[in-house]
Design a protein. Sequence first.
Length: 82
Amino acid sequence: MARVIVDVMLKNEILDPQGKAVEGALARLGLAGVTSVRQGKSFSLELEGDIDESRLAQIHELAGSLLSNPVIEDYVIREDVR
């Protein structure tokens, strides 16, 4: 069994109000030195079998069409090594 993680984040040029709210809260809670916070989402996919190039291409298609909004979000796929 294989596992991949798809991390989805707003593109840098897109305003992130939730990240800004967390950034302000961290400062109020005494965590100094945090200069920026960006909020995102993560999907963990458990797959039967191994990950090959064809399977990875399918995951990229899924991430680009269902798990993220390509107009405002970027995604990164990484294999979860246990």
